[in-house]
Write a protein that binds this ligand. Structure first.
Ligand code: GAL
Length: 437
């Protein structure tokens, strides 16, 4: 388990000498309507935050949220209980054990949508924070669609901190230039395949891929499905309104199999950040990954040589991956947790966090000028594209279907057997429909 409690403790006690936010000149600023009620937040104590943000880019971004909290709550010790493993594949298992054992952290990372609702709200692990939404006016500064995804039976349950874009294709500019490959504003599937053929003939690994955590295989499929069949078919299939014998689904799986002809052979041993590292370091030309990969590019100061375009065929569509934090039912440090959540929803915290995370703020009133060209491109997409929820990241389907997609994709990346893949997805969809009826 990754734990920086020690570092946080020494930081907290250093600041503790100053006796809280008042000594930092923040006292008056911190007294919003909720903070006013939560005066005890500066009396010390602990706050345990659970996430899976441990890669260099993720950890640096998470630290900005801790810093924002500590600036107003200097005497509080933050216990960072992050569990390594992209997309939370390990963290979510650890968390379930803790929740079932009635030992919740105060607040944990969760995607809005089905993950939040099915895993944490319906089983009663999450306390509503509707009052915080009202006192902070979040419904006025966050898109209604996001707020809706954090809502169950008219109560809100988590604060979105960002909007990640799942369907971005990253590339090493130098490698493409060396091979006379130009990427325009958009890239079709055929253009991508032609580029990969050129690279392969030149002895370059065209597409860095990783599947150690397992989510990457699902994510590459959902992005390819979106690119080949479009957002309506994507939504129809994942909502159970279309069946997996759909022609678009078959074409998507066939296209995905073709993409897999261009990947590095050791992908089952690699984590997602290792794949973007291959592109940063010039060991592969492209990788398809959500824009937390840009957090790694930033952490390594590699912005100048990394370009991006929508995953092949997906221009005009945006796969949503929205991180949020909730309030545990029975949170051991409830008042600190409420303060933490209030701070996460501020413009300042979202403006500090997102430039490092690669995502854009969930708040729409953030200052665009402080963001990189990549972020501005993503903001423009978010404002005008067709938005679809990621299933690989648990937003757009039940946890059972998400797991089935992960398992089917793990088999598919090895055997590229289109019929078996589609059959497994059809079976999972049928079981899902049965469970819902
Ligand atoms: C996603 C999460 C991102 C990023 C990524 C890789 O599920 O939303 O914030 O952490 O996993 O770990």
């Amino acid at each position: 388990m990754y734990n920086v409690t020690k570092a946080m403790t020494s930081r907290a006690s250093r600041r503790g000498v100053l006796k809280g936010g008042a000594a930092l000149g923040l006292g008056a600023l911190s007294l919003g309507p909720v903070a006013g009620r939560l005066a005890s937040a500066q009396d010390g104590g602990q706050l345990e935050i659970f996430s899976w943000w441990t890669s260099p880019g993720e950890a640096a971004a998470l630290q900005t949220l801790f810093d924002a909290f500590l600036a107003e709550n200097a005497g509080v010790e933050i216990i960072n209980s992050a569990v390594a493993g992209g997309a939370g594949v390990n963290a979510q298992a650890v968390l379930q054990t803790r929740l079932q054992g009635n030992e919740p952290p105060d607040s944990w990372q969760t995607h809005v949508g089905r993950e939040l609702i099915d895993r944490y709200v319906v089983p009663g692990y999450s306390e509503p924070i509707t009052e915080l939404y009202e006192s902070e006016g979040w419904a006025e500064v966050m898109p209604a669609g996001l707020v809706e995804q954090a809502t169950w039976e008219s109560e809100q349950y988590s604060v979105p901190v960002n909007v990640h874009r799942g369907n971005t294709l990253w590339y090493n500019k130098q490698i493409l230039a060396d091979n006379d490959i130009e990427v325009a504003d958009t890239m079709s599937v055929d253009e991508f395949i032609a580029a990969c053929d050129t690279l392969q003939a030149a002895g370059v690994t065209p597409l860095a891929f990783s599947n150690q955590e397992g989510f990457q295989g699902s994510q590459m499929f959902e992005s390819t499905l979106l690119g080949v069949a479009g957002p309506d078919t994507y939504n129809g299939l994942f909502r159970g309104e279309l069946t997996w014998d759909d022609e678009g689904a078959r074409q998507a799986a066939e296209t995905y199999a073709r993409f897999l002809d261009y990947v590095n052979q050791d992908f089952t041993a690699l984590t997602w950040d290792a794949a973007i590292s291959m592109v940063i370091e010039g060991r592969a030309a492209f990788t398809s990954m959500g824009d937390w990969a840009y957090g790694e590019v930033i952490a390594r100061n590699a912005e100048d040589n990394i370009g991006w375009v929508s995953h092949p065929g997906t221009a005009g569509s945006f796969v949503l991956v929205v991180d949020s934090f909730n309030l545990a039912q029975g949170a051991p440090n409830r008042e600190h947790a409420l303060n933490w959540l209030r701070i996460l929803g501020t413009k300042e915290a979202q403006e500090a966090f997102n430039p490092l995370k690669g995502s854009i703020p969930a708040r729409t009133d953030a200052n665009r000028d402080i963001f990189s060209p990549y972020h501005q491109w993503s903001m423009d997409g978010f404002a005008s594209d067709a938005l679809v929820p990621s299933v690989a990241h648990g937003m757009g389907a039940s946890p059972a279907f998400q797991q089935a997609l992960l398992d089917a994709s793990a088999a598919f990346v090895a055997d590229k057997d289109v019929d078996t893949y589609l059959t497994m997805l059809a079976d999972a969809a049928a079981m899902d429909a049965e469970a819902a009826s």
